[in-house]
Ligand binder design. Sequence first.
Ligand code: FE2
Length: 131
Amino acid sequence: MSDFSATIQNADWKTEKHAPVIDAPDSVKADEFFSITAGLGKAIAHPNTVQHYIAWISLYFLPKDAKLPIQLAHAEFKAHGDSVTDQPGPALTNPSMTANVKLAKSGTLQAVAYCNIHGVWQSFKAIQVEA
Ligand code: FE2
């Protein structure tokens, strides 16, 4: 049996629709709030239907030289065209979330997304924090 980490998939978001995109500055000032957006569909749209959808995205920060990440934010996406008929309903939640964060040291942003059919996918982005 495989451990959970072995099931997490990596890919380039430019060529794989499941890989979350992390939009954040390359460099920020220490202890000043800035926005990080994590989402899918920047290059290739992922389906958003009752049968096939992105259920959630979690955003983490791994400080430089730390062993464990800190969870910054988590979003669950609940509307996928749900309907009481066999026709798509009127509401869709786009799998994208934004967190407002301040950091005191450099490190790596990590985004993890879950597709109900294709599993867990992750992406990384280094972020430099200037004093
Ligand atoms: Fe999928």
